[in-house]
Design a protein around this ligand. Sequence first.
Ligand code: YNC
Ligand code: MG
Length: 388
Amino acid sequence: RHKFWETQPVGQFKDLGDASLPEGPIEPPTPLSEVKQEPYNLPSPYEWTTCDLDSEDMCNEVYVLLTNNYVEDDENMFRFNYSKEFLRWALHPPGYYKSWHIGVRVKTSKKLVAFITGVPARIRARDTVVVMAEINFLCVHKKLRSKRLAPVMIKEVTRRVHLENIWQAAYTAGVVLPTPVSTCQYWHRSLNPKKLIDVGFSRLGARMTMSRTIKLYKLPDQTITPGFRKMEPRDVPAVTRLLRNYLKQFVVAPDFDENDVEHWLLPKEDVVDSYLVESPETREITDFCSFYTLPSSILGNQNYSTLKAAYSYYNVSTKTPWIQLMNDALIVAKRKDFNVFNALDVMHNETFLKELKFGPGDGKLHYYLYNYRINHVLRPSELGLVLL
Ligand code: YNC
Ligand code: MG
């Protein structure tokens, strides 16, 4: 059934439910001298290229490939449209390896036709912090699908990860592969219901009029929580402490240090937004929320070309109730002209989704680990990890 994945060190379907298998690495690392030194062979029309996202031209080529060929919804109405600034941010975290940003070109025309990336991350699984690669942006041009290019790309990124003495990886996908660590669901909170209905993202509810729908999703212009403000560079130490303490409770979560927080959570215009609550009395930072900007192209609509979506990222509540904190996040997202606010049912998100009028989406998002076994399928609320 999975000719490629059956050969890989990942949890296999036949082993699901076998709690006698040891948790942890499936295969031990091999000596670096035994890692294949040359790239895998591609079919002869194609060649490997390493993508330097600092180059405006390369970044543009990657952007165009993804804009036209990356992930679509099941009905092919929308396609992710990651911005160039977002791609640079996503691919240049602390300690990144340029060699993990891998492209495939047509030899004759030099056209970029496929892409896959990794970035390093420390991820804790239960009590063990493991250096992993987060694999993302796997994309093969629409005209080259079903030619088994993806397995070669996955093997090549694996080889380049191994060359850095890293043996585990984390990734998410909308498709079911052997075998999910957890299966999550997206929820959507309309901020501009009129547009969402016009473009076919949502439908007018039964016995609802447009004006009642608009009223239902109306939000105040100003945030409610005293001390709610944008995160600043001086907040990095306090946010790191708050987040580290929060993420302890999840079975799988990133092990963020101050450098990671500075990179992943300091606000970056049109890429990532972060807010916190600073207690007006004690000046203590008690709560935090963040979201990233990921528009989708709207395919074949006369009136609109882009859906502006905010995606819930890392949030922490210790004093402000979850519902109030995330309602303030919705208020700022609305003020920044996002059309919809999306959130997975990970971490504590279920405590606010229904109350804040999020509705369940159709697609699922499956989380995977490569060469690391976790013996039970996790509930989404046991996951403390959000990948971009
Ligand atoms: C997928 N998304 O099952 P079997 S997510 C992993 N992730 O293998 P072909 C995938 N594997 O079942 P196509 C996958 N999608 O025979 C398919 N596969 O064992 C498997 N879509 O290859 C599939 N981006 O080349 C099958 O398929 C084999 O031409 C078939 O190409 C697939 O970034 C794809 O959804 C996804 O661009 C590139 O459809 C193409 O269809 C496409 O014949 C639109 O491939 C965009 C899209 C995927 C987004 C993502 C995470 C990727 C994770 C990859 C796995 C990483 C493993 C860890 C490596 C480091 C290890 C260390 C240490
Ligand atoms: Mg292919």
